[in-house]
Design a binder for this molecule. Sequence first.
Ligand code: MN
Length: 402
Amino acid sequence: MPRIIKFFETTLRDGEQTPGINYFAEEKLEIARALADMGFDTLDCGFAISGEPEFEAIRLIARNVHNAEICSIARSFPADIDRAWEAVKDADHSSIHPFISTSPLHREAKLGKTRAEVLELARTAVARGRQYTENVDFALEDTTRTEHDFILEVVGAVVAEGVRFVALCDTVGFALPREFGQLVDDVRREFPGVHISAHCHDDLGLAVANALTALQHGAERVDTCFNGLGERAGNAATEDVVMAIRTRRTDLDLDVRVDTTKIIPTSRLIARLSGMQPQWTKSIVGANAFAHGGGIHQDGVLKDRRTYEIMRPEDIGLPPSELRMHVGKLSGRAALNAQLKELGYDLTPEQLARAFPLVKHVLGKKKVLEEMDLRHCAEAAINPNPIANLDELVAETSEVSE
Ligand code: MN
């Protein structure tokens, strides 16, 4: 049986650190409900001590979302930990997640603290959290740029205090997959039985690869954000990790306990409330992720969609791919016919033969076909006498760039 992995879903925290995003409390609650309903284990809902609105939003989620664990992060200071616990303590399932930077650069440039001071803050943070709950996780911020021996020292200290998950963080998206796998191996060798979560950023486009490598090396949980949101280039995208594992579960010997058919509705909810649309070519959730542009591809998909699709659109909550045949310069008749059928036209071969050059003619005049353009071409092909002046018809409905 493949091993089921866990998620620390941080759309509401690291995701909200995306420059430009600011959720209102009710919006956070709506997103939290969607994520919990999909089956994510822990929802990282925010940073309770960062301000009253954030605290209230976390508490609102804690009191209203019952089917996921509700978490607040905290710096490794007593007041932060107390505030985090205050925000989540009313939840049916709750956790707190202190963190501290461990790398020499962060220790010296940011914190102004020695190794001994950082170690002591980490230890006492977990000890203080454990007075409230057994569900205390701990993150070593910038783990991947930290001295090897110091990583093991900090992990040892928090394990001794009864930490639950240790988050190994590629905070700046610097690690290579092989290095991240090695890191997980080293920590697990030194501390057998330690539960590891992988927190990976996408600065070099390696977040998902690093997260998957960590899981293959024995990490049990990944930190992810929907639509690849998060600081700078974002975190490992939730939808990518979910579908990579689901699609290749036999080879990875891993699986997820998540309702994948809610990926698209949840992605769209988050896009709307965050005000950030995924790029068109974004894996899984981009507008073009299951759309086909080339005539050869379109013909193949219409004959057997497995020719160019490795996932079934309906498994992520999309209608079948016949609906996403892009009719463009490179398209063939098969795609045009499929698209016209979607619009309610069932053309004879002769009519289709007349419609096809009309469509290509319009595409010589404007960049993108609109639905009305396709309708005009179909009508003109069905009723060729008199053939309307297509350029005029196009000009009526939309701008023609000459
Ligand atoms: Mn982060």
